[in-house]
Design a protein around this ligand. Sequence first.
Ligand code: ZN
Length: 341
Amino acid sequence: MVDNEAFTYNGGKVEPGETQNIRYGISETYLGDPVRIPVTIINGERPGPTVFLSAAAHGDELNGIEVVREVAYEWDLSDLAGTLVGMPVVNVPAFIAQQRYLPIYDRDLNRSFPGSETSTGAKRMAYRIYQNFIAPCDLGIDFHTSTRGRTNMLHVRADMSDPDVARLANSFGSHVIIDSSGSDGMLRTEAAARGTPAITVEMGEAHRFQRELIDEALAGVESVFAEYGLRETSTVNWPGWRTVISDENEKTWLRADAGGIVDMHHDRGALVHEGDRICTITNPFKDDNVTVEAPFTGLLVGVLENPVVYPGNPLCHLVELKDDVRRVVEREQSAASEMTL
Ligand SMILES: [Zn+2]
């Protein structure tokens, strides 16, 4: 049998069968101290793909941190065929501040990839991360959550027009895939454009560990590992139903037309029918309530969590389901509600 190759980065090397926990310098503070990100590299003895799992590129999006740590430290990876690059906290300065963006000038690290050695602070950080730990990978998954104050059901975002990215997205086994090419500077978009197929997984809300979503994501990683042969024990997961949301589907962030306090009538992941009440915007006296109805039948992929809005603020992210998928979801959700009665 052929041995796996060593994993090399600027300043180090991880031999087959070896695991290294690295604190890798990507910048410096005002005091001249290093800003270092934690990276775990588990290099299997057997050959296989090199896979990155990254989280907290937005510093307050925490669910993915636990996904990356559990894969790296709680899974038995003694039979790993290939290499795992685990980056539980990509955006260390924002994580320390517990905010989305890099604290200095509010720059978005997830619009700064693949970075540049000589440009802004954000791009320099992105460059060191990208060159050392993303570029050497054959594929990867970047974990996010909804923006603070909102929550979303677990879903994959991927450019489904790229067959290699589509394979990765499908193998994760989520119910919902949102087909989008992403924005310039986004980790998944820039990696895929440079030969490392990558997807984003969106799950839940910022500032939390949400156990059920973490478990769902771990099942997705297990399924990906099966698809690419990293572990013999795993099998590829079929979620029962799947919808790929493309530009052909109706999808919209419903926005508030009134300011007020929002009474949301559904959770993330709920199916709502055209004309159903999604939420009610109330004032302090609970009179003059404004009812927000579903403009079409669809799935509530994301909903407001912090129940206050100005006119124009997003209330929920509604996506249309094709009829066959809608019928399966209806059966599933009515069976689930009967079980809880
Ligand atoms: Zn994010």
